[in-house]
Write a protein that binds this ligand. Structure first.
Ligand code: ADP
Ligand code: ZN
Length: 729
């Protein structure tokens, strides 16, 4: 049982303000529980805080101020408090910033807002109309249950004024009810499918894990379409049956729409949702109901991990390798790793699902830290696509063309059979570079060291780093030459232009995140395509994930070499994952699929591994290389990003940090850099990076903290530390 503090007792309150410690306050009238959400005075302001523990008492009692009030929210549980502490220690993030992640629901302290609901009254109105009759019929069908005005008006097919009128006569009772109502109950036995053999084995294993009531992590690996979702929904069912809460993390909002329908089909009702598209009032409802136990299942983006679950029993991380689980701004954390941490604190199970796991998870399973379950075949008749390379050295292509004659004729063959083809290019916009043919100047962003990308659809040049847009100039900003600016290289919009010329009779659909105003518009387009509303789908990374296109039988990868350029440690892994995922889009239904990879280096080991389908071989080889180099997951890395408006200042600090590295050397770690960050200037701030490499198993975080504490950040200087960085060159 948590501690209770009587009125006047000193309590330490952690606030979301950037202070380095919790502050002492007196418990308010009526006392407060440990973990209580409170409002406290801070200088002239009132701020949100959480009672973190007993006060320190190192301040004159008479001058200690009182907690203003205890908010109407369930106290934060011990489990969440220790999760925030440990996650903060791991990511070297101040506790106040961790608390901000856990209190991202506006109006937590407000009284629950009210709305009007209606039930059947006990008198008949004097004047009866058809519309009034329908309202009364609907309500009497509800057997005493209430409906909101909107629900009632829609079901009865009347305007709200009809309901208002009936309420005046007393035939309908109008009441005020709190808005933050519980979510409909989910039924674990509602709509389960008969599972295939390997699915049943995996589901049984997951169910047993959940039923054990202990912590455990499972890597659920299976090619796209093998039925992983169906399997982990069984683990969710077990969790619900145990009366505990489940969380399913998904990488992208676009995915949840299709997913929610599946959840509803399985459990008979929709789960709670948590992502950027959720309204402010709904967020507050979700937050409160999760704490109160009125939400059994949450489907959400990475930040759903910081919600105040009353009893979390299962976390599923779908597409666990997805880079969007890593937050690279503010608090640097990887939701996959944090899911494992939280589960280990609250005795929950974690399911990491992927067709192409991260090397980290693969290695953890290999080392026996995670269990591993494999689904080896695709569900039902669908087969894995055949994969082949198109050797671009042997193709003749006019300039400014990217679809090879071989690929063109394959696409034509699909079109003639009434099947769909997809052209994949992981580049948004029309052209990545705009160059002046007179002087060679390339148009760059005024705030960043990044090139501006032409977007014809928007009729602007856009910086993909900071979002700055400018109208495409008529004359070269450098030499003033007229009509000399030329687009260089392809983006999806340009590819669509080429496809329209090559296949004039085909209906094209372009899927790129910037072309849709909302997640809903995107969802509608995806559904239209799935039903055969397009012959050729042209898309970026967005199409690689999760969507079902049953008529699609050919995927053409325009530039399979793209991801292999540059010197990123994870380049091979990423390319491998992306190509496999894209290829997985083909042949999802009864028709077998083909994936064709246009490449200039068909003998590259990564391309060969993709084509041969020898996944274990690929991972083994990657693992051996990383082990030999002492790189993650066989060694530890941390990135340090320094930034300032003054370029000299950042380099001076970077150099000083590289020199004064004693705390790091003591644990056997090395510092590399300072070097300009990949984009050396963002939003007008100059950025340099240092990279710290340490052996596995040393206490890296305390050493980093001691090292960083040697330097004072004056003026405009900022330092961010990124533990386990995803990209760092
Ligand atoms: P994954 O998550 O591995 O990509 P899904 O779970 O989405 O695979 O399954 C692929 C398709 O097969 C989906 O349309 C799903 O509804 C269907 N499916 C999977 N398992 C079954 C089953 N046991 N019975 C009927 N349909 C299934
Ligand atoms: Zn910019």
């Amino acid at each position: 049982m948590d501690a209770f503090y009587d009125e006047g007792t000193l309590v330490a309150v952690l606030t979301t303000q950037p202070l380095d410690r919790a502050l002492d306050y007196k418990a308010p009238e009526g006392g407060c529980w440990q973990g209580a959400f409170v409002e406290v005075p801070l200088g002239p302001r009132k701020v949100l805080g959480v009672v973190w523990g007993p006060g320190r008492g190192d301040f004159d009692y008479a001058r200690v101020r009182s907690v203003i009030r205890v908010l109407d929210a369930a106290p934060m549980r011990d489990e969440l408090r220790s999760f925030l502490e440990r996650a903060g220690d791991y990511t070297l993030t101040p506790l106040s910033a961790m608390l901000r992640l856990a209190t991202r629901a506006p109006g937590l302290g407000d009284a629950p807002s009210m709305r009007k609901i209606y039930r059947l009254g006990d008198s008949e109105p004097e004047r009866m109309t058809d519309a009034r009759r329908r309202v009364l019929d609907v309500l009497s069908d509800m057997g005493g249950l209430a409906l909101t005005q909107g629900e009632l008006a829609e079901t009865a097919g009347v305007t709200p004024s009809v309901i208002k009128g009936l309420a005046k006569t007393g035939a309908v009772r109008e009441e005020e009810a709190p808005r933050d109502t519980p979510f409909p109950r989910l039924d674990p036995d509602y709509g389960g499918k008969a599972l295939a053999d390997d699915q049943a084995v995996a589901a049984q294993d997951l169910r047993a894990g959940v039923a054990s009531g202990r912590y455990g992590t499972v890597l659920l690996k299976g090619v796209t379409g093998s039925g992983k979702t169906e399997v982990y929904l069984e683990a969710v069912a077990e969790c619900l049956a145990q009366g505990r809460q489940a969380l399913v993390l998904l990488p992208e909002i676009a995915l949840t729409a299709e997913f929610l329908t599946r959840v509803e089909a399985r459990f008979g009702a929709r789960p709670a949702e948590w992502h950027s598209g959720v309204t402010v009032t709904e967020r507050r409802r979700v937050w409160k109901q999760i704490a109160a136990g009125g939400a059994q299942l949450v489907v959400g983006a990475r930040s759903a991990l910081f919600l105040p679950y009353r009893d979390l029993g299962l976390v599923v991380v779908d597409e666990e390798h997805d880079t969007s689980y890593k937050q690279d701004e503010g608090v640097f954390y990887n939701a996959r790793d944090m899911a494992v941490l939280r589960a280990s604190i609250c005795a929950a199970q974690v399911v990491l699902a992927s067709a192409t796991p991260s090397l980290e998870s693969w290695a953890n399973a290999d080392a026996g830290k995670y269990r591993r379950l494999d689904l080896t075949s695709r569900f039902g008749a669908s087969l894995l696509p055949e994969m082949r390379a198109i050797d671009m050295r042997a193709e003749t292509l006019p300039s400014n063309r990217w679809v090879s004659p071989s690929l063109q004729s394959e696409v034509l063959a699909r079109l003639q059979k009434g099947e769909q083809a997809m052209l994949f290019l992981n580049r948004r916009g029309y052209a990545p570079v705009t160059i002046c043919r007179a002087c060679g100047h390339q148009i760059g962003c005024p705030h960043c060291d990044a090139r501006m990308v032409e977007h014809r659809f928007l009729q602007r040049l856009v910086c993909h780093q900071c979002g700055e847009t400018i109208a495409k100039p008529e004359t070269c900003p450098s030499c003033g030459a007229e009509d000399k600016l030329a687009a260089v290289g392809p983006g999806v919009e340009r590819l669509a232009e080429e496809a329209a010329e090559l296949f004039p009779q085909a209906r094209l659909a372009v899927l790129s995140s910037d072309l849709f105003g909302s997640a809903r518009a995107l969802k509608e387009e995806i559904e239209k395509i799935a039903q055969g509303g397009a012959d050729i789908v042209i898309g970026t990374q967005l199409v690689a994930k999760g969507h079902n296109f049953p008529l699609l039988t050919l995927v053409g990868v325009i530039d399979a070499d793209l991801g292999l350029q540059g010197s990123d440690l994870r380049a091979a892994e990423r390319t491998f994952q992306l190509m496999r995922q894209v290829a997985g889009r083909a042949g999802r239904a009864e028709k077998p699929g083909v994936a064709l990879l246009q490449t200039y280096q068909p003998e590259h080991p990564v391309i060969r591994a993709i084509l041969s389908g020898d996944e274990e071989g690929f991972w083994q080889a990657e693992a051996d290389e990383r082990r030999a180099a002492g790189m993650p997951p066989y060694g530890r890395l941390a990135g340090v990003i320094l930034s300032s408006t003054e370029v000299q200042e950042v380099f001076d600090l970077g150099n000083a940090m590289a020199r004064q590295d004693a705390p790091l050397r003591r644990i056997g770690a090395q510092v590399y850099g300072p070097a300009p960050a990949p984009v050396a200037r963002v939003r007008g701030r100059h950025r340099v990076r240092l990279l710290v490499k340490a052996p596995k198993g040393v206490a890296l975080q305390p050493a980093l903290a001691e090292w960083a504490a040697q330097f004072r950040l004056r003026g405009e200087l900022r330092m961010a530390i990124d533990i386990d960085p995803q990209s760092f060159f």
